[in-house]
Design a protein around this ligand. Sequence first.
Ligand code: COI
Length: 353
Amino acid sequence: MYNSTRESNNDFWRLDFMTKIYAYAIRKDEEPYVREWSDAHRDVDVEYTDQLLTPETAELAKGADGVVTYQQLDYKADTIEALDRLGIRNWSIRNVGIDNIDLKKAKELGFKLTNVPVYSPDAIAEHAAIQAARVLRQDKAMDEKLAKHDLRWAPTIGREVRDQTVGVVGTGHIGQVFMKIMEGFGAKVIAYDIFQNPILKKKGYYVDTLDELYAQSDVISLHVPDVPENIHMINDESIKKMKDDVVIVNVSRGPLVDTDAVIRGLDSGKIFGFVMDTYEGEVGIFNEDFSNKELPDKRLADLIARPNVLVTPHTAFYTTHAVRNMVINSFDNNLKLIKGETPDTPVDLDKEF
Ligand code: COI
C-alpha cells in the first residue's frame, strides 16, 4: 500500500490555497501519467494512493478540491456521503462506466461528475477481435495439447474469419472499430443498434431486429452498455435463436450475459466458444490475486477451465494508450470542475435516472 505526493520533497512551497486533487487506486502503470499531468500543472497539488475509494479511505482526500477514481468497487451512498462530509463534490472517474455509482445520491448531494467515455476504442475492439479469432482457431485447445507435447493436428481444426458472418450489437466507437477489424480479416459484418449511425446505415450494415442478427451471425459481439433493457440480453431464449456453433463475445459489461444460459449453451454444444472479458460476478474478484488459492466463484473457475472459453479479467481496456488517456483526461476534467469550467465529458446527473 502506498500514498504518495509529488510535493513530498517540495512541501516547503506548498500553500494551503493551492488547488488539490486526490486520486485513488493509482496503479504503478498509471504513475508515469499522473506525474506527466502533475508536471504540466505545477500549480496543482496532486496526491494519490493505491487504495480504492471506500467510506474508510475517503478521509485520505481531506483538504482536496476534487477526487479522481476508477471503477472497481461499487460506490454506494456511504462512500459518497463520506466525500460529502469532507466537502469534496468534484469527482472524476478515469473510465467510462458509471453503472457502479449511486448516481441518485451523488445528485442529491450536489456532486459534479465526469467520466472518460472514449479513451481508446481500439484497445477494447482489438481485444474482442483477437479473442474471437483465437476461439475460431481453437487456440486454447491447441495450446493445451502442446503443453502436453501432443503435436497432432486433429481434431483441433480452425475456422477462418473470412468465412464468418460477424454480428455487431452496438455500433458506437468500439463497435465501429471492431467492425473495421473484422472486415480487415474478410468477414461479412452485420450490425444492430437502436441508434443507427447514418454512415453505417447508408453502407447497409444494419439488420432491423436483434433476432435477424442472431439468426445470421456466426460470431456475435456485444458493444452496448448495461442499461436495464440490455441486462441478460444473451439468455436461453436469444441463444436458441442463434446459429449452431455460434461464438459469443462479451468485452462490454458482465450483466449483458446470463452466464448460466451460456454455460448451458456450451454444454449442449450449441455455442462453439465464448469470449468473456466482463463477468456479471466480477466485482471484488477481477483485478485481485488468487494465486495458489481456490477462486471464490466456482462458476468462473469452471469457465476458465474450458478449452473453448477465453476469460480475461476485464483487461480489454488495459493498454498503455488507453491508460494514459484515462489518467490525463480524468485529471483535466477534474481541474475544470474545480475551476467551475465546463469539463470535456461531464456526466449529466439529471439525465441518468
Ligand atoms: C470502463 O472504462 O468502464 C471499463 O470497463 C474499464 C474499467 C473497469 C477500468
